[in-house]
Design a protein around this ligand. Structure first.
Ligand code: THU
Length: 130
């Protein structure tokens, strides 16, 4: 699966975003080493702190099924589904990913017609772990 394929899966996942408050739709597609794909979208709540980001929805779906070998994640996000600009994961999601993924995890972002790929280490240097 190419980075663009994964981005397209993330775009599809973002269609299910529940974001009546921000109107910001986010989709994530997390590819496991065994080929399994987990997707997620952001799910907001009237009590804002209850909101869960797309990345953590995908990650927790995978972990809850005992799948923890990850190699790549694609993330798209934008107001009213405009994915023109890269949507980088928030700090909480970076930390959540760092619990289960190695620093070389590839993070594919949508950059207009192109994809921009970073590693988790680039996004979260000097990460906290016990
Ligand atoms: N959001 C995500 O889903 N992932 C991120 O990494 C950043 C933010 C969501 C949360 C909220 O529903 C909306 O984007 C606006 O913050």
């Amino acid at each position: 699966m190419t980075a663009l394929d994964l981005i397209n899966c993330a775009k599809k996942a973002a269609e299910n975003a529940y974001s009546p408050y921000s109107h910001f739709k986010v989709g994530a597609a997390l590819l496991c080493k065994d080929g399994t794909l987990y997707t997620g979208c952001n799910i907001e709540n009237a009590s804002f702190g209850v909101t869960c980001c797309a990345e953590r929805v995908a990650l927790f779906k995978a972990v809850s099924e005992k799948n923890t070998g990850f190699c790549e994640i694609a993330i798209v996000g934008g107001k009213d589904g405009d994915y023109t600009h890269p949507c980088t994961p928030c700090g909480i999601c970076r930390q959540a990913l760092s619990e289960f993924c190695t620093p070389d995890l590839k993070v594919h972002l949508c950059d207009g017609e192109n994809t921009k790929t970073l590693t988790l280490a680039e996004l979260l240097p000097h990460s906290f772990s016990l």
